[in-house]
Design a protein around this ligand. Structure first.
Ligand code: SF4
Length: 269
């Protein structure tokens, strides 16, 4: 489990890494590929991946400096279960707000149910933390062996990503009867016409907004009005909104809102 630069959580925890959604703006893929070892087991010479990787112990590889280190992404950005990380939340005694699988989509269709169930079981063993799950495939929240959907403890939060107008309908797929839902509007790639999505703003409990980041020359810079429309809708329905620092150049620091649906603990660990 790692401390993180992600502004809306204290830590990330990545028992599963890798994702096959293929978003062009993906920062996680860039990181994973950067740390991909030269000799990748289960990757053929043609670069074809064979099988799903379920690691009971970390893979140690020799790095460019000749030293052996734990390899965080032994298969690059291919889905990998780091089973040996499951007990990390238990060992972290001080309560944290944890973004689960920041380097994956845990609810991607390719992820075995057993991996998801193991992650939930690990959360259950460490109830001192708050867990935030985020997926681009929210229909999977309702499809696992629990039958009724995902576990709905007070400390469990479920979100989905909305970047464009065509994504807005996904809020309907967040777990039913859950009071801990959020929408991550990041990266905001076009005007989502927030005023036309009032049911989303009524139903969902928290909104995060951010712009595309990274060094791409074609990054889309959201218009100020797109952002203001979202914030106005949040205000209309009394919903907290968290604006990421990537919006400061667009709206100015004095207009930033960094609200949480819970009291924000300050962590010093
Ligand atoms: S869903 Fe997230 S992790 Fe997966 S490719 Fe897209 S940005 Fe990357």
């Amino acid at each position: 489990m790692k401390k993180t630069k992600i502004e809306w959580c204290d830590s990330t925890w990545n028992p599963v890494t890798g994702c096959r959604h293929g978003c062009e703006y993906c920062y996680a893929r860039r990181i994973a590929e950067r740390f991909r070892p030269f000799d990748m087991p289960h990757i053929t010479e043609d670069g074809v991946f064979e099988g799903i990787n379920d690691l009971a112990t970390p893979i140690i590889t020799e790095c460019k400096d000749g030293k052996d280190r734990t390899c965080a992404y032994p298969y690059g950005f291919e889905p990998t279960f780091h089973r040996y990380r499951l007990d990390e939340p238990e060992r972290w005694t001080k309560p944290r707000t944890i973004f689960v699988c920041s380097m994956a989509d845990l609810f991607g269709e390719w992820v075995p149910d057993s991996w998801i169930d193991s992650v939930f079981a690990a959360c259950e063993k460490a109830p001192q933390h708050r867990y935030l799950f985020l997926t681009k495939n929210p229909q999977r929240y309702c499809k696992n062996e629990y039958g009724y959907g995902v576990p709905l403890g007070d400390n469990m939060w479920y979100g989905t990503t909305v970047s464009k107008r065509e994504d807005v309908h996904k809020f309907n797929l967040l777990p039913a009867f859950c009071n801990n839902t959020f929408i991550s509007i990041e990266p905001l790639l076009e005007d989502i016409e927030a005023g036309k999505s009032n049911i989303m703003f009524r139903q969902v409990d928290w909104f995060i907004i951010g712009a595309e980041t990274g060094h791409g020359h074609n990054n889309i810079v959201p218009e100020r009005k797109w952002i203001e429309d979202i914030v106005n809708e949040c205000d209309k329905y009394g919903k907290p909104v968290f604006m990421k620092n990537s919006l400061i150049p667009i709206v100015g620091e004095k207009n930033m809102r960094r609200e949480f649906p819970w009291r924000k603990e300050i962590s010093n660990e």
